[in-house]
Design a protein around this ligand. Structure first.
Ligand code: 13P
Length: 252
């Protein structure tokens, strides 16, 4: 059974509200003719409400947060609750991004809490995992990914797992211009699919979308998307330029 591809733009810490509006308008326009794939954009928190006003009428574009707290409300200075994110128009949330893990020290246990919190409030987690260059060179890629996957999705039910999106983003490929080769991407994605089969039932694991992220651009997207277990892309830098993201949305 075919998985519906998902092209996701992670805007990271870019765009003022006005810039975000403009970019969102371009994405809605680019997605207007798209019927066989989903599009997601994750602007910074400050621009979510403004962007939602632009994407709300679009059948293909969904709004995501770049992170999410597990609690509904309370003494969590600097965090944003799932209820607030839904209020701002989000239906999805990126969780465990490599920058959260490596720049801000979020660990697997915290990421797991965020994943469970997103599910509790019916937001779809875009759960990110990935190995560093040192880990890859030490031959530990699969071991690291398995640990991240098992701890990050601990306690997730089979029903919930059906909707989760997994994003494989090798840390060495993020923002470096160094994309994983299509063979490297497919090798890892197939491994992750097998792992999901062992964690959930096969008919659930085969429905889970696994995105590739790390220097995806208009030149390499078609080859990456041609791989059997690559179900979409999580795009950073190239999602900030309307023409590039348009081309990525229209991968062939
Ligand atoms: P780049 O596409 O800029 O490498 O970023 C990838 C990423 O981290 C998306 O979440």
């Amino acid at each position: 059974m075919g998985r519906r591809p998902l092209v996701a733009g992670n805007w990271k810490m870019h765009t003022t509200i006005q810039e975000a509006r403009k970019l969102a308008e371009a994405v809605v326009k680019a997605g207007a003719d798209v019927i066989d794939r989903d599009i997601m954009i994750a602007p910074p928190f400050t621009a979510l409400s403004a962007v939602f006003e632009i994407v709300r009428g679009s059948p293909s574009v969904r709004l995501a947060a770049q992170n999410i707290c597990w609690a509904e409300k309370g003494a969590f200075t600097g965090e944003i609750s799932p209820v607030m994110l839904k209020d701002a128009g989000c239906s999805m949330a990126i969780i465990g991004h490599s920058e959260r893990r490596h720049v801000f020290g979020e660990d697997d246990a915290m990421i797991n809490k965020r994943v469970l919190g997103a599910f509790e409030f019916e937001l779809v987690p875009v759960f990110c995992i990935g190995e560093t260059l040192d880990e890859r060179e030490a031959g530990k890629t699969m071991e690291i990914l398995e640990n991240q996957m098992r701890s990050g999705l601990a306690g997730v039910t089979a029903d919930q797992a059906q909707t989760v999106v997994v994003a494989y983003e090798p840390v060495w490929a993020i923002g470096t211009g160094k994309t994983a080769t299509v063979e490297q991407a497919q090798e890892v994605h197939a491994f992750l699919r097998g792992l999901l089969v062992s964690m959930f039932e096969k008919n659930i694991a085969t429905q889970i979308r696994i995105l590739y992220g790390g220097s995806v651009n208009p030149e390499n997207v078609d080859a990456l998307m041609s791989q059997e277990d690559v179900d979409g892309a999580l795009v950073g830098g190239a999602s900030l330029k309307a023409e590039s993201f348009d081309r990525i949305i229209h991968f062939q």
